[in-house]
Every structure is written in C-alpha cells, then in structure tokens.
Design a protein around this ligand. Structure first.
Ligand code: PEP
Ligand code: MN
Length: 348
C-alpha cells in the first residue's frame, strides 16, 4: 500500500504516520520528491484497515500496489533512482550521463588489467570491470584468480581512479568482495540464488544484478526486491540477453526489456552487449540499440589481446575497438538525450 502525503507535510506528521503503520507490524519506506513524499507500506495490508489512515494529518490518498514487487516498483518511488558507485564523477547510474563499465571478462594478471584500465579510461569509460571469481560452465575452465584479482582491481583503481565492478558468486565471499569492489555483480546464473541476493542486500555496496539466462522480467524484478527488502536500495539492473531458440548469437538481446523495465521500476537499467551477442562484431550494433531504447549505461568486455583471452575472447573488443565503439556511440547517446563522458585528453 502507498500513502501519498499532502505537499508540505511536516516531519512530525510523517513520523506519526510511520509509527502507526509500524505498530501494526508493517515496514515503511519513505520516498521524498521535490513536491511530494510517499510512504510505502509492506506487510499484511489487511491490518491497515485497523487505522484510519485518511484521517491522519498530512495524508492525501492511499493506494494499493497491485504488483508483486513493491520497493522496486515505480509506484514506491517519487523519482527515478540514481545509484552512485565509488566517488568518481562518472560513476552515476541513472543520471543524464551514460554509465559505461568496461574491462576484461576475467582479471588474468596485473599487466593486462592495468593496460586495459588505462585504455578504457582514455576512451571515456567511467568504471572498470574484471572477474575475480568466474562462473564457468566447465569446472576445467579458468575459474579466475580470486583474491589476487581483487587485490589487482583495487590497485588499478588507485592508479586510474576508476571504480571497480566484480562478480560475487557465493554468500561466503560477499564480505571479502565488498571490501575490494565498488559494485558487486550478481551474475546471470545466480539471479535466483536467494540467499546470495539477501546477503548482498545487507552490505553497503551497489549491486549490479544481471538478468538470468531464462528469467522473465518479473523474475528479475522480484530478485531485485530480495536485495532491496534487506535495506540495500542501490540496485542496478542489467539486460544481458536471454536464451531463445536462436543459435546464431550467444543469447538474444531483449531490447524491449529496457523500456518495459523503465516503466515498471525506478531502478537504473544497463545493457551488456558483449554477453548478449557473444561476438565482438555484434557489440557495437547492440550497444547502439540499447542506448536508443533508453538504457542508462553499458557493460562491455575489453581485452588487450582478445585472441588469447582466458574467457570470452570471442566477444571481447580490443582497446582500439572499444575506443571506436565510444566514438560511434556518441550520436546515439545524443539522440536519446544522454551525454557520454568525453575521452580523456592525456596522451595515448
Ligand atoms: C560476466 O559478466 O563475465 C558474466 C559471466 O556475465 P553473465 O552473468 O551475464 O553471464
Ligand atoms: Mn564474460
């Protein structure tokens, strides 16, 4: 249930409403806009009948939320959420500027990470990605460098100023990964790992939640609700392609999911054109489509030598390829009313 308050409601009136609702064993969630403040109520809604909400000072209207997701729903928030990752100027998700995360699928060593980070930074990326713990289909494939990779990511962040995004696969790693990373990625294969979602909901780090391989939009939003209900409001959703009957591409980018999500939720939505297409030549067209459809950002795989990459080389761009993507992306960003971070001026 949502309580819409009158413009100019006082703090005391707001506190009174919250106290009465919480006394019923329900939780409240306040969203403040410039004009209005709303109070979302979660729990046994029947019990709200026990209090005369409409007679409380400051209350204008009471509306039911028909969707199964509450905190995530647009109705629960007056404004769109802007999620800040780290303290860099270009690490805002959901603002006018597109958030661009770029870097290798996996951190393979210090040199390749450093080289990639500087290259993507020069090209205008605002954040660095790099897998430390990798969810590989085969147990015999490279599994990531683990803690060593986390240390390298933190080192390269200190050098370049780029906040880092890395995946956490297991509840037992959440604290450790949160110590090093600015954004915790929950990968497609873990989108419905409910204990993991709850655990990342309890830490103070933004979460990049990727859509499951065969997950519906509703399931993605319910997964985000799992995180938010634990108190973490900083969730970024990521469309990364879904499994369909089509085999010409690794996955099928669900472009329609972008406007659908933006209508359903106040959370920022980004797109991963690398895992969607699975081939480097598809990254640019899918990135353009994503931005044109209203995505708030992109996450792109970049490797200094894609041919030799230990994971996802086929879909990785070279540093030059990424710089070209950023140049070609600019008119699409502009047409969508977004800005793109200008490439750094320092020498290549
Ligand atoms: C990744 O980002 O490297 C990754 C494994 O992504 P996804 O979970 O979307 O497959
Ligand atoms: Mn990958």
């Amino acid at each position: 249930m949502i309580i819409v308050t009158r413009p100019g409601i006082t703090e005391a009136e707001l506190d009174h409403i919250r106290e009465r609702v919480e006394a019923l064993g329900m939780r409240t969630h306040v969203s403040r806009g410039e004009q209005r403040t709303i109070v979302g109520c979660i729990g046994d809604e029947e019990r709200l009948q026990e209090v005369a909400l409409l007679r409380m000072p400051g209350v204008e209207r009471v509306m039911p939320v028909t969707k199964p997701y509450k905190l995530v729903s647009r109705e629960f928030s007056v404004e769109r959420s802007v999620v800040r990752a780290g303290d860099g100027p270009s690490a805002l998700f959901g603002g006018r500027e597109l958030a661009v995360i770029a870097g290798p699928c996996s951190v393979e060593g210090a040199e390749m990470l450093r080289e990639t980070a500087w290259a993507v930074r020069r090209a205008g990326a605002g954040l660095l990605r790099g897998g430390a713990f990798k969810p590989r289909t085969s147990p015999y494939a490279f599994q990531g460098l683990g803690l060593e990779a986390l240390r390298l990511l933190a080192e390269v962040r200190a050098e370049t100023g780029l906040p880092v995004v890395t995946e956490v696969m297991d509840t037992r790693q959440v604290e450790l990964v949160a110590e090093y990373a600015d954004v915790l990625q929950v990968g497609a294969r873990n989108m419905q790992n409910f204990p993991l979602l709850s655990e990342v909901g309890r830490v103070q780090r933004p979460v990049l939640l990727k859509r499951g391989l065969s997950a519906t939009i509703k399931e993605l939003l319910m997964a985000a609700e799992y995180i938010m209900v634990q108190g973490n409001r900083d969730v970024i959703l990521c469309e990364r392609g879904i499994r369909t009957y089509e085999t010409a591409t690794r996955n099928t980018l669900d472009v329609a999911a972008i406007p659908v999500l933006k209508a359903e939720t106040h959370l920022p939505v980004i797109v991963d054109p690398s895992h969607a297409g699975g081939r480097s030549e598809l990254v640019a067209p899918l990135a353009f489509a994503a931005v044109a459809a209203g995505a708030d950002g992109l996450i792109v795989e970049v490797h200094p030598d894609p041919e030799r990459a230990l994971s996802d080389g086929d879909q990785s761009l070279s540093p030059d390829g990424f710089a070209e993507l950023m140049r070609r992306l600019a008119p699409f960003a502009e047409a969508a009313g977004r800005t793109l971070r200008a490439p750094a001026l320092e020498a290549a």
